[in-house]
Design a protein around this ligand. Sequence first.
Ligand code: AMP
Length: 224
Amino acid sequence: MNLVFIGKQGVGKGTYAQRLISEFKIPQLSTGDLLRAEIKSGSGLGKKLEAIMNSGALVSDEIVSEMLEKRLQQADAQNGFILDGYPRTENQAKILDELAEKMHKRIDIVLDFVAPDKVLLQRLTGRRQCKQCGAIYHVKNMPSKAEGICDKCGGQLYQRDDDKEEAIKKRFEAFEKQTKPVLAFYKKQKKLVEIDASGEVEKIFSEVIKALKSRKLIEKLFEV
Ligand code: AMP
């Protein structure tokens, strides 16, 4: 079961991916996380990436696609995966089809999570991430047990520069401009399913499951 999650930042893709990971044991591959790992490594490339990402702009298709290709080849991605944050451009969607074909795989379904900008802005400015393990929290909706400290590893929580209002607005603009063609691309392939992501987590998750069932993907996963 190879899934793609699409949606503006803050729409909850990470949360729903986490739920699928624990229920179906397939990994979430987030290009944002891969890029942040490169930054953390302190490499020359990481320094360049940091400047681009902090400005709210997109990293080049070549760099992101190369990182993703390496990640797709790892053992844990062989029975299925959830792509989060990729493809973000039509060119990346084409690259992904090529990568999948090379690996004798296909993208089964593309879930487009949709919620109003106002709701997303509120969610994003409250988002906190662990410096050490990357876990995501929210000061209101999903707080850590001890303020500012990660439940999972005890690391320090911080607000990402790209979660500040100015950068968020730039990212929304980039999304509108560059990701809309990705939706059209998958609509044409009849793989696109829209999920209303403005309500309760449980309701949204059951919509996700309904979408997977409608394509017989859950049965497919248990056959593996
Ligand atoms: P995310 O964690 O998915 O919100 O990504 C954070 C930042 O990483 C984005 O604002 C981009 O600068 C960069 N990024 C992540 N995924 C991609 C991608 N597929 N293409 C280009 N840039 C990306």
